[in-house]
Ligand binder design. Structure first.
Ligand SMILES: Cc1cc2nc3c(=O)[nH]c(=O)nc-3n(C[C@H](O)[C@H](O)[C@H](O)COP(=O)(O)OP(=O)(O)OC[C@H]3O[C@@H](n4cnc5c(N)ncnc54)[C@H](O)[C@@H]3O)c2cc1C
Length: 390
């Protein structure tokens, strides 16, 4: 009945399944990727693609910085295209978070990340389109920007397949094969496949996969809408990518004179991950237009281009879930909580090392273990901001 044995099975062909497959093949491991729909069909294909290093948790800044090198040098490092566009990135915070902002910038500078503290006047000089009267200080990353998540997924998969990885699309994992507490493979809509290692890279569906091995993963679903607006002619110059805490919003330029806008509040949890992603929720576009017009005066002369929704898996501390859990041979690579695209290259390298050598060398990903939720010690930065998603 088994069609073929593989070194490992990866469930999900989003950016994380793809990155892991690529990095496993660099170690000579041949994984099979099982995808119930098609490449980037989940969170990845809906992602806004922001690439920045500003986090309040050092480990996430570290993973983002390691990943940045991939995005910047993609054709030479991976092959294919990442679609990386350098726009510069600004992080705006409320005045009461200024001390945390400064401390986080110092933490990131120690990691070698090009970032600096600027004041409101600097914001006005660097990005004259932006209203900056309410900004005391901001973080500025001149090298950051955005990349194309679908393109990166495709490139990782292409390279992995050149090195012997398999990919089966339209192939839903229905159950996992376990004998004597050891993973043996997967039962799918296209038959059974055997492997001593199975990785849960199923994004917002991760909890459903966990249940197949008797685990209750603390991965809920997170729903998030975005819209594209066409800037009016007098705002046609590109602006930087921005996370704007005072307005609970982020935005970045897109090719063709567009601006992408997402909001940080009203991101519902607990919906079915197969819900409607073709349309944004009622009222989203109106709220997003109000907020972008506050930050970019004159945007009220622009026009709506399109809007859509998306789902990701979210954990209680809004950080990833990585490493071994459950039966021998079962690994987690999920829970990316709406910010997982930009760290995917480094995470793939780390999880591959963990599988092959029992320990990750690129960065120590131990803090992302499942057991932190059992012990109740959740991850928190030294100078924390509020959770980004509400
Ligand atoms: C609207 C939106 C905007 C975002 N913006 C950003 C951003 O600007 N920057 C950033 O860093 N991050 C962003 N994120 C987060 C980021 O996109 C995600 O964290 C990342 O894409 C998650 O990738 P993944 O591979 O874990 O999951 P996914 O891309 O969801 O992939 C999981 C795959 O598993 C497959 N699957 C599920 N169940 C099964 C099964 N039983 N059998 C087989 N296959 C299965 C699914 O079909 C899917 O293709 C955003 C997310 C969304 C939704």
């Amino acid at each position: 009945m088994n069609k073929r044995s593989w070194d490992a099975i990866i469930i999900g062909a989003g950016i994380h399944g793809a990155s892991l497959a690529y990095h496993l093949t660099l170690h000579g491991i041949k994984p099979l990727i099982l995808e119930k729909k098609f490449l980037a069909a989940g969170a990845t294909g809906r992602s806004s693609g922001l690439v920045r290093m500003h986090y309040d948790l050092e480990l996430e800044s570290r993973l983002a910085w390691i990943s940045y090198d991939y995005f910047k040098h993609w054709p030479d490092r991976v092959g294919g295209e990442s679609g990386f566009v350098r726009t510069g990135f600004m992080q705006f915070v409320e005045p009461e978070s200024t001390d945390s902002l400064q401390a986080n910038i110092r933490m990131q500078q120690k990691l070698g990340i090009p970032t600096l503290l600027i004041d409101g006047k600097d914001v006005g000089r660097l990005a004259p389109q932006l209203f900056h009267e309410d900004i005391q200080f901001a973080a500025y990353e001149p090298e950051s920007g955005y990349a194309d998540p679908s393109s990166c997924t495709q490139a990782f998969i292409d390279r992995a397949r050149e090195r012997g990885a398999g990919l089966i699309q339209d192939c839903e994992v229905l159950g996992l094969l376990i004998e004597g507490n050891k993973i043996q493979g997967a039962r799918t809509s296209q038959g059974e496949y055997s492997a001593p290692v199975v990785v849960n890279a199923a994004g917002p569906w991760a909890d459903k996969i966990g249940k197949m091995v008797g685990l209750n993963l603390p991965v809920d679903t997170w729903q998030h809408d975005t819209m594209f607006i066409r800037r009016p002619a007098d705002l046609s110059d590109d602006h930087p990518s921005v996370i704007d805490f005072p307005n609970s919003m982020y935005f970045r330029p897109e090719t063709g004179g567009l601006t992408l806008v997402g909001l940080e509040d009203a991101t519902p949890k607990g919906e079915e991950p197969d819900g409607d992603t073709e349309r944004a929720k009622p009222g989203f576009v109106e709220r997003a237009i109000d907020r972008i017009c506050k930050r970019i005066p004159g945007m009220d002369q622009g026009s709506l281009h399109s809007s859509h929704g998306g789902y990701d898996g979210i954990t209680p501390d809004q950080r990833a879930l990585l490493g071994k859990a459950g039966p021998e041979g079962f690994y987690l690579d999920c829970g990316f909580s709406g910010t997982g695209f930009k760290i995917a290259p480094a995470v793939g390298a780390c999880v591959a090392e963990l599988i092959v050598h029992g320990k990750s060398e690129t960065a120590d990903i131990t803090p992302f273990v499942f057991s932190r939720f059992e012990s109740g010690v959740l991850l928190k930065g030294d100078e924390p901001y509020e959770n980004i998603w509400r």
